[in-house]
Ligand binder design. Sequence first.
Ligand code: KIV
Length: 269
Amino acid sequence: MSTSNVTTRGLLEMKQKGERIVALTCYDALFARLLDGAGVDILLVGDSLNQVLAGSSSTLSATLDQMIYHTTMVRRGSERAMVICDMPFLSYQVTPEDAVRNCGRAMKETGCQAVKIEGGQSMAATVRRLVEAGIPVMGHIGLTPQSVHALGGYRVQGREAETAERLRADAAALEAAGAFAVVLELIPAPLASQITTALTIPTIGIGAGPACDGQVLVLHDMLGLNDQFSAKFVKQYAALAEDVREATRLFSAEVREGRYPGPEHSFGK
Ligand code: KIV
């Protein structure tokens, strides 16, 4: 793990050297400080916060103001990691001008280093405009959650020859348009491997197998804090939901039994 700040050029060099990139979603300053201190390379302020924190059933209703609010918090808590603002539904799809305005606003108001947008070939012209405006763009293809209704649900993408070919073309179009990295979500591992080999820019996988140049997970899934959600690709590295319940049961019992606060938690004068 390098101690210098993570940049787009640094991520490219990591791919060239075969060093894996570590990314996690992050939605606030407290977790940003913990993850940054633990050496995570990319803090992605994902619009998944609309589901994980806000309890919605999809990411679609997240707003630009909400993304800016959370990205500002994450920037405050981070020093080394690259902070990426995930652009919410309809903040970049309408016109490239709209995309430049909204992504530019996210960069200016939050201090993030890059934005992420969903879509492949259909978004290439927009990616090019953003890059020309000096805005680093991470692409996102495969299962793109903002298109969940168009895709017919949260399902593995690219299983058929035709859809796999489209994803290969999407990845190539994003690289040609100037994206500095691309998220591959929920696609078969062999396809992710082919795309990773074909691209010069790094791929960051989620449910896309081990060959990607980096991996990202939703933080609360990885920590076992969101036990409402489970998926084959998620590995839980802790069981914090149970820890929270247990600590809360203990606190409740001590309050009810008059054991908390004790003298050590009380002021004499
Ligand atoms: O919103 C999000 O958290 C994401 C990642 C899962 C890639 O887009």
